[in-house]
Design a protein around this ligand. Sequence first.
Ligand code: ADP
Ligand code: MG
Length: 493
Amino acid sequence: MSPTFAQLGVPDSICSALAQRGITEPFEIQTATLADTLSGRDVCGRAPTGSGKTLAFGIPLVAATERAEPKRPRALVLAPTRELAEQITLEIQSFAGPVRVHAVYGGVGYEGQIRALRRGVEILVACPGRLEDLISSRHVDLSAVDRVVLDEADRMADMGFMPAVRRLLDQTAESRQTVLFSATLDGDVAKLTRDYQNDPTRHEVGDETPDITAAHHTFWKVAKADRAGVTSQAVNAVWPAIIFCRTRHGSDRLAKQLGREGVQAETIHGGRSQRQRSRALNDFSKGRVQALVATDVAARGIHVDGVALVVHYDPPEDHKAYVHRSGRTARAGESGIVLSLAQSDQMRDLRRMQRAVGIDVDFTEPDAGGLRQLALKPNPELVAGHEPEPETARPRPQRSRSEGRPRTRATGGKGRSSRRDDRPKSRSNSKKASSGARNAGPKSRKPARKSSAKSKSGSKVRHSAQQSTKGNNGGPNRKARRAHLQPGARRSA
Ligand code: ADP
Ligand code: MG
């Protein structure tokens, strides 16, 4: 039996604040690291997206951080993107009590950030660039920082932040605790560990990359001119959807085209202001829009739970990008659909990519109805060469996480089951019905199919709109979501 938060040494006040959010059992990475981090040791951890790293590092910060003087934070969390910094801040604030947690990042005005720093911030969550600005203008000073967390260190390296991260670490107290989380622990991250951590304990959980075999993978043959139309049909059949485009311009254009086809979509890319990005993310995570159109870079570090469909509108750069994009859906034991649009001259590369990620899926004609059917099915196993196994023989992905969740899945809890249904309230005319899609919980997973797009078996599609009656802003699936932007929201819809 895994220990409770209290048994791991988490103070009662934090335990009860977490319990109020339905968080009662630690996830695996939390169990693995909390005792060490709470005792002040350096930790370096690797765990997949969605495995609960924020609480793993946030709890010890809140538990031990001392009162800060103006402009002199005591703890620092460095994160690669604004969105991630915001998510971390909200998550930690949800149980921080009187401990002041504030984020600083670029793309927004300085005033609010400067004001907060002047009042005093115990835990500062920052993107490296803005933090360096604020230091050089003397609005903040890191010499009192004796706890540092580097979140998504590999991404900070990818995005070119390593020199800044090192400069920042050099300004913190020498006797500090340094905790590092990353999706990989080699390369630049290994160097950082060597240079800036003191005898860290190392904890690794789960596979190095997302387990994309949990999703249904589908490849549609589509002529270039038809892509937007086909995408809108797909999204209308299955959403919430994240659609990946190669360029900012392409994302904007697609969002407009989708709008004309009656699909509500928001874009998120590096060319949009912070305010626009926040609003897009917020609208998406609350179910006000069906789709988020994103570039790869902008999508880094964002995670919204409950994404039903990932569309590779433009092919991914390489097989790694396919895995990372696709990992936005079918997380933590949920199912999900990954749809790739393939023009005839792209098929060869996409075949090669399939082999590289270990899937083997035929290219089929677009079939939105089939997609909807697929959304109602349990997860497949599509690893090439694998024969179907009985469910009991197959470990669930990220087991600890799914089991730690305060939600009912196997019993068809209404929460997420409605999310694939019809469109936001204003457009939906589907009838109220039971939540068929999820009644088949993880326990009743079906054996593998090779080409998921073909499966149009006789199972009845039930349209479960689960409409809220008044024009609330959440849309039909509002409760079905657990977006990180709403840490105060109940997690078990
Ligand atoms: P990561 O940083 O590893 O990608 P997050 O820290 O963002 O993942 O956590 C993913 C989600 O899981 C968040 O919504 C978070 O509130 C939730 N979560 C984290 N730990 C627990 C837990 N022990 N029990 C239930 N939910 C949790
Ligand atoms: Mg995280």
